[in-house]
Design a protein around this ligand. Structure first.
Ligand SMILES: Nc1nc2c(ncn2[C@@H]2O[C@H](COP(=O)(O)OP(=O)(O)OP(=O)(O)O)[C@@H](O)[C@H]2O)c(=O)[nH]1
Length: 672
C-alpha cells in the first residue's frame, strides 16, 4: 500500500525563497507544473513579486506522495500561514543567514513552537553565502527556542559552496545545478571540520539518548539507524530543529531535504495525536484555505485527517453547519482535476461547502466534530474607506466583499452607519491594495479607497439657556410654539438626557415628547458640525396656542432653542481615544514608545509578552485620528514584526491646533 500523503508547510521570512524551493521540489520530482494559486488560475505570475496567499502543490518522491503548501512570508500576508499549520505534519522553515530577517524568523518559529508543529530549518541561498554555517547557526539560534542541529556543512572552493557534507550520513556531495547532487569522496581537507561538527551533532542527540551517550563516551561508532532514528524523534517531539542547507534557485540540497522529510517527518497518525483526534470515527478534515472563483464557485482546500470523503457526501462542521460536497478536485502537480474521492492524508479541493470558512473542521455525517483549534485571525491594523467608482456596483460590492473576506480571514469589513462609510480592514497598505485588485479583477467591482473618517463628537463645557419661538402666519392654519430650555454638561459617556421642568402647563403634555424629539434630531449636528453628546437638555418654560400649536411646531421651536443655547455653552470637540496594545521585540520597545508619543499618545506601561521570550507588550492610549498609519511606522522601527490591537476606550476633549485642523477640514468638506 502506498504511504499516506504528508502535508508540509513551507514557511519563513519574506523573500527567503519559499516559492523558489517549491518550484525546485517540483522540478526535482518531475511534477512539472507550477503550483495552483487562488482562483486566478494556474501559474499566475506574482504581480507584486511576493506570495500573497498560500499555494498548494502535490508531488511524488520515490513513490511517497507529498503536499506542499507555500505560505506567504511578507508580514502583511503571513497570517495566511496560521490556518494552514494545524493540519500539516511538519513545516520547512526557509531562511537566510541575514541578521535583518532574524525578527521575522523568530516570529515564524514562535508561531510554530506555540502550535507544536515539528519543523526543519532550510538555510537557503547557500550559493550567495559568505559566512560559515557555524556562524550562521550562532545567529539563527537566537530565533529558536529549541536547539538547532547543524546536519550539513558546505564544501567551499574559491569562496563559493560547491557541495556539502551530510554529517549524519558522513557522505560528501557535489552540487549540480537543477540536478541531483553527486556523491564524491570526503575531501581530505574537510575531514577535521567534518569530525568536529559531526561530534557536536551527535553530542546534541545524546542529550536525549543515553545509549548514544554511552557509545560516544566509549568511542564506539554509533550506527546510522540510531542517528536517523534520533533525528526523527527529535523532530517529532520538538526537542531539536535540524538545519539543512541549499540553494532553492539552483535546486541544490533539495533531494536531501526530500529524503529527510520522507524518513523523518511525522506521519498522519502522529499529527492526529498532536491535534488530539482519535484514529477511529467518521471521516474528518480541516479547511486550510478558501477560494472563490469569479463565477460563484467556492472551493475549500482541506486536509483529510481521518477516513475518506466521496463526492456528494453530507458533512457537518464543528459549529453544526451542514453542507454537501459538490465535487472534489486534486490540486496542482500536473494532475489537477476532478476526483471521485479524497483519501486519508490527502489535501484536496472540496466544492461548495457553503457556510464553512477557512479553519472549519468538518466530518462526514450529521454529527458535529470537536473543533481543531487554529489561532484566531490577526486583528486588523490598517483600514481604508471604500468608494465604488460606479454607484451601480453598490450591491455587488457587498457580495464581493463577503467573498474576499471569506477567502482571507486577515480581512474584515466594517459598516459605520454614523459616518456612512464602508471600511475594509486588514494587515497593511499592500494587503488592502491586493484585496482591491482582486475585487476589480475577479468580481468586476472597481473601488477607490480613502483614509477612514474619525467619529468626532462635540459636547458643552458650561450651562446655558436658550429660547426658540416658532411662529408662522400663513393663509389658514398658522404655526406656533415657544420653547425655553437650559443645557448643562453631563459626565463623559452619559450621552443625552432630557428633563421636563415645566409647571402649570405652559407647554401642553402632548407636546413635551415633540420638544425632546426635536432636540434629539437637532443634536445630530451641533454648532461645530458633529453629533452633540454628554449633555442634559431641560425644558424650563414655553408657550402654546390653542389652534396653531402642533408637534412639528414644537420640534421646530426646540431646534431654535438649541441653536440659541449651544453656542453660549462653550462647545468643544471630542475625539475617540483607543486603548492600544503593542507587541514588539524588546530591542525595539523604546522606538515603539516613540511612535506612540509622536502621535499624541500616552504610554500606560509595559510587560513581558507571555510565551514570547524577548518581546514586550506595551499598553498605550492613542487618539483614533492618529492611528490609521501607526502600523507603517511601527513596522519600520521593529524590523517589520511589531503589531498592535486597538479598541475604543473613551472620548477626550480636543482643543488647540489639532481641533482647529479638524474644524477647518470639516468646513472645507461642507463647502464642497
Ligand atoms: N541567491 C539565491 N537567491 C534565491 C534563492 N532562492 C530564492 N532566491 C531569490 O530570492 C527571492 C525570493 O524568492 P521567493 O522564492 O520568491 O521567496 P519567497 O520566500 O517565496 O517570498 P514570499 O513568499 O513573498 O515571502 C527571489 O529573487 C529569488 O530568485 C537561492 O537559493 N539563492
Amino acid at each position: 500500500m502506498a504511504a499516506q500523503p504528508r502535508c508540509i508547510a513551507l514557511v519563513g521570512p519574506a523573500q527567503s525563497g519559499k516559492t523558489a524551493l517549491l518550484e525546485a521540489l517540483m522540478e526535482r520530482t518531475g511534477s512539472g507544473e507550477r503550483p495552483a494559486r487562488s482562483g486566478d488560475g494556474n501559474g499566475e505570475s506574482r504581480p507584486h513579486g511576493m506570495s500573497v496567499e498560500p499555494s498548494v502543490a502535490t508531488l511524488n518522491f520515490l513513490g511517497d506522495p507529498f503536499t506542499f503548501v507555500d505560505c506567504p512570508g511578507s508580514i502583511e500576508f503571513v497570517h495566511g500561514m496560521q490556518a494552514v499549520l494545524p493540519a500539516c505534519d511538519a513545516a520547512v522553515v526557509v531562511c537566510e543567514a541575514d541578521e535583518r530577517k532574524l525578527p521575522a524568523l523568530e516570529y515564524v518559529l514562535r508561531t510554530l513552537e506555540a502550535q507544536g508543529v515539528p519543523r526543519i530549518l532550510f538555510v537557503n541561498k547557500i550559493d550567495a553565502a559568505t559566512q560559515s554555517p557555524r556562524e550562521t547557526l550562532g545567529l539563527l539560534q537566537a530565533a529558536s527556542a529549541s536547539p538547532l542541529l547543524l546536519r550539513q556543512i558546505p564544501i567551499w572552493q574559491d569562496g563559493a559552496a560547491t557541495g556539502f557534507i551530510d554529517l549524519a550520513l558522513e557522505r560528501a556531495f557535489v552540487y549540480r545545478n537543477h540536478a541531483p547532487s553527486a556523491v564524491i569522496a570526503l575531501p581530505e581537507g574537510e575531514l577535521p571540520q567534518e569530525k568536529e561538527d559531526r561530534f557536536t551533532l551527535l553530542e546534541r542527540l545524546a542529550d536525549h539518548d543515553d545509549v548514544l551517550m554511552e557509545q560516544l563516551i566509549s568511542e564506539i561508532e554509533p550506527d546510522r539507524e540510531r542517528i536517523f532514528g534520533d533525528l526523527a524523534r527529535e523532530l517529532r517531539e520538538g526537542l531539536a530543529v535540524s538545519v539543512l542547507i541549499g540553494s532553492a534557485a539552483r535546486g541544490n540540497g533539495v533531494g536531501r531535504l526530500l529524503k529527510a522529510l520522507r524518513h523523518e517527518a511525522p506521519a498522519l497518525a502522529e499529527t492526529r495525536a498532536r491535534l488530539g483526534i482519535p484514529a477511529d470515527g467518521p471521516a474528518l478534515a480541516q479547511v486550510i484555505q478558501t477560494r472563490h472563483t469569479g463565477f460563484g464557485g467556492k472551493l475549500s482546500i482541506g486536509r483529510v485527517l481521518r477516513g475518506a470523503f466521496q463526492e456528494g457526501d453530507a458533512v457537518t462542521a464543528s459549529d453544526g453547519t451542514g453542507a454537501r460536497i459538490a465535487g472534489l478536485v486534486s490540486l496542482g502537480g500536473g494532475q489537477a482535476g476532478r476526483i471521485a474521492s479524497a483519501t486519508e492524508g490527502e489535501t484536496v479541493g472540496f466544492g461548495r461547502l457553503e457556510g464553512l470558512g477557512t479553519r472549519a473542521t468538518f466530518a462526514a455525517g450529521a454529527a458535529a466534530p470537536p473543533e481543531i483549534a487554529a489561532p484566531p485571525p490577526p486583528a486588523p491594523v490598517y483600514a481604508a474607506a471604500l468608494r465604488v467608482r460606479d454607484r451601480k456596483d453598490d450591491v455587488r460590492l457587498t457580495s464581493a466583499l463577503a467573498k474576499i473576506t471569506d477567502e482571507d480571514p486577515g480581512l474584515c469589513v466594517e459598516q459605520d452607519a454614523d459616518l456612512e462609510e464602508i471600511r475594509l480592514l486588514g494587515q497593511g497598505e499592500m494587503h488592502l491594495r491586493v484585496a482591491l485588485e482582486r475585487l476589480s479583477a475577479r468580481f468586476g467591482v472597481a473601488v477607490d479607497k480613502d483614509r477612514p473618517k474619525v467619529g468626532y463628537r462635540e459636547t458643552i463645557r458650561s450651562a446655558a439657556a436658550g429660547r426658540g419661538r416658532h411662529k408662522k402666519q400663513t393663509g389658514g392654519h398658522g404655526q406656533f410654539a415657544d420653547v425655553q430650555i437650559a443645557v448643562r454638561p453631563l459626565p463623559r459617556g452619559e450621552g443625552f438626557l432630557f428633563e421636563d421642568e415645566v409647571v402649570g402647563g405652559a407647554v401642553p403634555r402632548a407636546y413635551i415628547p415633540s420638544v425632546e424629539a426635536g432636540a434629539r434630531a437637532h443634536l445630530r449636528r451641533g454648532p461645530l458640525g458633529f453629533p452633540v453628546i454628554d449633555l442634559c437638555v431641560t425644558l424650563t418654560d414655553g408657550a402654546s396656542h390653542a389652534v396653531d400649536s402642533s408637534d412639528a411646531a414644537f420640534q421646530a421651536a426646540a431646534r431654535l432653542a438649541l441653536d440659541d443655547a449651544l453656542p453660549k455653552a462653550d462647545p468643544v470637540l471630542l475625539e475617540p481615544i483607543l486603548a492600544v496594545e503593542i507587541a514588539t521585540p524588546s530591542a525595539y520597545t523604546a522606538k515603539a514608545t516613540g511612535a506612540v508619543t509622536g502621535r499624541r499618545g500616552q504610554i500606560l506601561g509595559f510587560d513581558a509578552r507571555p510565551g514570547w521570550p524577548g518581546w514586550d507588550l506595551l499598553q498605550a492610549q492613542i487618539p483614533e485620528a492618529e492611528i490609521w498609519d501607526l502600523i507603517i511606522e511601527l513596522r519600520s522601527v521593529t524590523a517589520g514584526v511589531g503589531s498592535f490591537t486597538a479598541r475604543f476606550d473613551h472620548r477626550a476633549e480636543l482643543t488647540g491646533r489639532p481641533a482647529d485642523l479638524v474644524l477647518a477640514n470639516g468646513l472645507a468638506r461642507r463647502a464642497g
